[in-house]
Design a protein around this ligand. Structure first.
Ligand code: SF4
Ligand code: SF4
Length: 369
């Protein structure tokens, strides 16, 4: 790889996106992008189809790093034979190809940094998650039009947030401005698009260096204040202060707001930062697998003890747990809310529970109400 500082910003035509993906594949990267899955979109392997960048994928980015079902190890348990246990090989770093996520949104990229607090903190390292993080470059597309439920700006993120991104694409009328954010992002561009005399060329000269000041003015013009304001407006800070009040746990407000919840857990499954899981053994004949599955604090079995006692016996306690975890306990432990304001839970809830309204209620009433 050539050793040079290189330009800071680049431009690529919107029509060059498929060539960009093609160059990554040619360099032996697995390209993961939003793909259609029935009526939903999810991050999956981009084969020959044209790349599409939806406003937000239906399913969260977390499943590329923390799959819904994952064998952790396999074992034999045949009759009188001694039990043998062996790791399934999922952990081995060589089993995960170097890969690029092309088409995340800023809230998706930020959600991974929040999950890192849980899976690769200074105290714990989940090898299954960690190896996928180490092998994956994240390319994010800034948002120009908020969805009806988006409130990323209110959570400390925003449509141009670079947190968790290795490269950020910012859309202009017919092109994208490409900004390498991390050393890993810079390294990928250097590797895949070697520098010619007039900048990165690749095979078809799809990336061009651009002047930083000129292009910044064009980007600023697209991110007008009124557009950004549409992502804001939820009083998250005041809600956090209320939920951290010592009386918030027993507030009568919970009684009022939990009732219509069905306990279906759609909100937690689609949430990019929810990370509850269960581990069980699945045995067929003389062999078995230890499998990790997503679980949810919205399910009654999640906290059911073997004694029969359940510390969260009703939907009220379970609903409170979800809100308190994201906006009080996670803040205490990690210094930030466990929410990126993507609005998936708002859009998917069958009974219209709306996290923005819940936060507004606590912000206006305080925690002791
Ligand atoms: S999606 Fe709605 S109804 Fe289902 S558990 Fe979440 S808040 Fe309750
Ligand atoms: S709580 Fe809702 S808005 Fe916040 S990150 Fe999870 S799904 Fe998105």
């Amino acid at each position: 790889m050539e050793d040079r500082a290189g330009p800071e910003l680049f431009k690529i035509a919107k029509t060059g996106l498929d060539s960009f993906a093609g160059a990554l594949k040619k360099a032996s990267y697995e390209v993961l992008a939003p793909v259609q899955d029935g009526e939903a979109t999810r991050f999956g392997v981009l084969s020959d189809e044209e790349i599409q960048i939806p406003r937000l994928s239906t399913r969260p980015l977390k499943e590329l790093f923390f799959p819904q079902d994952e064998p952790l190890l396999s074992f034999g348990c045949g009759g009188a034979e001694a039990m043998s246990v062996e790791a399934s090989g999922v952990v081995a770093s060589e089993s995960i190809s170097p890969r690029v996520v092309l088409g995340a949104r800023p809230c998706d990229a930020r959600s991974l940094v929040l999950l890192d607090n849980v899976f690769v903190s200074s105290e714990y390292r989940d090898p299954y998650y960690a190896v996928r993080r180490e092998k994956t470059v994240i390319i994010t597309f800034a948002c120009l039009s908020p969805g009806a439920a988006c409130f990323c700006e209110s959570t400390g993120s925003g449509p141009y947030d670079e947190t968790g991104s290795d490269i950020l694409f910012m859309g202009l009328a017919d092109s994208y401005v490409v900004k390498p954010v991390s050393e890993r992002g810079k390294g990928l561009l250097k590797e895949v698009f070697p520098l010619s005399e007039d900048g990165f060329s690749g095979e078809s000269c799809i990336l061009h260096p651009v002047d930083g000041e000129d292009i910044q003015a064009a980007v600023d013009a697209t991110r007008a204040e009124e557009k950004l304001a549409a992502f804001a407006g939820v009083p998250v800070e005041a809600a956090v202060a209320a939920l951290q009040d010592v009386d918030a746990f027993d507030a009568s407000t919970w009684e009022e707001i939990y009732r219509k919840c069905l306990g279906c857990a759609v909100c937690t499954y689609l949430c990019p930062t929810c990370h509850c899981f269960d581990i069980g053994d699945e045995i067929v004949g003389a062999s078995g697998e230890r499998v990790r599955n997503w679980d949810s604090c919205m399910f009654p079995l999640f906290t059911l003890h073997a004694s029969g006692h359940n510390p969260r016996p009703s939907k009220k306690e379970r609903f409170r747990q979800r809100v308190m975890h994201k906006f009080s306990y996670f803040v205490e432990n990690n210094g930030c809310v466990a929410c990126v304001g993507c609005g998936r839970c708002v859009e998917a809830c069958p009974v219209n529970q709306d996290m923005r309204q819940i936060l507004s209620v606590f912000a206006s009433r305080g925690g002791g109400s």
